[in-house]
Design a protein around this ligand. Structure first.
Ligand code: SF4
Ligand code: SF4
Length: 204
């Protein structure tokens, strides 16, 4: 038996007692770091209103030009967010996204966060353009997501820019959501399909 074979056998025997570094995914999953950035989520307030006020700041901050928004005015009959506007269309092209988190940082209302879902594989590239209906959390499940993990503690004498502690719109003058028509219950079903969506923007 050559020296090389002995060395190889010794390495094998040495490692047989070690705990494997691999896991049986998908049955087992690794615990992710607290600040892991995965799939985006659009959040609501506890009263069901959408946090997004259609300000385009996230789209402006995105270095990959991955976010497409069409904003629309809120009206008394159709009050979707507490601001003046809401995003009627909100698309993220996940083929462009580099998961930098700048959109989350730029958002003044805590509307968009990057969460821990990393299972994003699809057979067709057009399925990796996520639409608002896929990004918005269901009504009755208002969360602030990873904002909690990322939020810097505010200085004691500063007004909190986003009402993150209570998870609800608090009417604070410092919040972008203070602009507009106030807190009104949205009485409409979540749209699973947006009939107004332009077919063209589903294509790459
Ligand atoms: S994570 Fe970065 S690249 Fe992805 S949509 Fe947000 S800003 Fe754009
Ligand atoms: S920055 Fe926030 S509020 Fe403004 S459009 Fe983007 S998600 Fe909506």
């Amino acid at each position: 038996m050559s020296m090389d074979m002995i060395k190889g056998m010794a390495t094998t025997l040495k490692n047989m007692r070690r705990k494997p570094t691999t896991i049986s995914y998908p049955e087992e999953e690794r615990e992710l770091p607290p600040r892991f950035r995965g799939r985006h989520v659009l959040h609501r307030y506890d009263n069901g209103m959408e946090r997004c006020v259609g300000c385009y700041l996230c789209a402006g901050a995105c270095p990959a030009d991955a976010i497409y928004i069409e904003a629309e005015e809120n009206t008394a009959e159709n009050q979707v967010s507490p601001g003046e506007r809401y995003s009627r269309v909100f698309d993220i092209n996940m083929l462009r996204c580099i998961f930098c988190g700048y959109c989350q940082q730029a958002c003044p209302t805590g509307a968009i966060t990057l969460e821990k879902n990393y299972e994003l594989a699809q057979f067709y590239s057009e399925d990796l353009i996520y639409h608002k209906e896929q990004l918005l959390e269901p009504e009755g499940q208002a969360t602030i997501g990873s904002n909690e993990t990322w939020a810097e503690p505010a200085p004691a004498d500063a007004e909190q820019p986003v009402p993150q502690a209570s998870h609800v719109f608090d009417g604070s003058r410092a919040t972008a959501t203070a602009v507009g028509q106030g807190e009104t219950k949205v009485e409409r079903d979540i749209l699973l399909e947006n009939p107004d969506q332009d077919e063209d923007r589903r294509k790459l």
